[in-house]
Write a protein that binds this ligand. Structure first.
Ligand SMILES: O=C(O)c1ccccc1N[C@@H]1O[C@H](COP(=O)(O)O)[C@@H](O)[C@H]1O
Length: 224
């Protein structure tokens, strides 16, 4: 079965429309000043409106305060909040209760201990997102185009619902799916021609690579 696909860091109508045409399940908008993908909430709202009801929109924030979240929710009207910082389980719980929105909590993974950090969030976060640790010196907690050791996910309980992220692209997505059996994937810089610039051709090639990998896996009878 084809995984859910989130295309993250969108900034143009063309890229939003192409993601929807190709069957993206989610589109993500980045609210982080230092990111080349940073976008204003009202612009993100207008972009999300193009596909509202067909593709879920995700607001990606990093330790955002209440005022920032209020503004994003009012102007963008996201379907899901993605927390990509050090938000505590209590913070996730509070924001869910106050906003009524589902929260996807991101974790950066390098070793098995990093995966243990999800434990206090089980039953609180609606989904997890596993990304790589940022390279030394990076200003960004995500969107760095680097992968982690996917075999680490083999230790996860089947019931843990997650999106696989970090350095995915058309050339490695088949291996990533085969190794992890991920039911949802997230890509940003792997479909860009330059930081923050989505490339429609690379997006097409990514969707095609996912479709081909999914066909192969169905053909081989893989259940992972
Ligand atoms: O993309 C960013 O600039 C960003 C900034 C701050 C927090 C998260 C960010 N991106 C997230 O990281 C994943 C992985 O990106 P990539 O595919 O490795 O480039 C991306 O999908 C966003 O969810």
């Amino acid at each position: 079965m084809r995984p859910e696909i989130k295309i993250c860091g969108l900034k143009t109508p063309e890229a939003v429309d192409r993601a929807a045409e190709r069957g993206a399940s989610h589109i993500g908008f980045i609210f982080f000043d230092k990111s080349p993908r940073n976008i204003e909430p009202d612009i993100a709202g207008a972009l999300a409106d193009r596909v509202r009801g067909r593709v879920k929109s995700v607001a990606v924030t990093v330790d955002a305060d209440n005022d920032e979240l209020d503004e994003i929710i009012a102007l963008m009207r996201p379907d899901i909040l993605q927390f990509h910082g050090k938000e505590s389980p209590e913070r996730v719980l509070t924001i869910k209760a106050v906003t009524g929105l589902p929260v996807m909590k991101a974790f950066s993974i390098r070793d098995a201990d990093d995966l243990k950090r999800i434990e206090p969030y089980i039953g609180i976060a609606d989904r997890f997102l596993f990304d790589a640790k940022p390279p030394a010196g990076s200003d960004l907690p995500g969107g760095n185009g680097v992968s982690f050791d996917w075999s680490l996910l083999g230790s996860l309980d089947e019931s843990v619902d997650y999106m696989l992220s970090g350095g995915l692209n058309k050339d490695n997505i088949a291996a990533a799916l085969s190794e992890t059996g991920a039911r949802a994937i997230d890509v940003s810089s792997g479909v860009e021609s330059a930081p923050g610039v989505k490339d429609l051709q690379l997006m097409d090639e990514f969707f095609a690579a996912v479709a081909e990998a999914s066909r192969q896996r169905a053909h081989s009878g893989s259940v992972k």
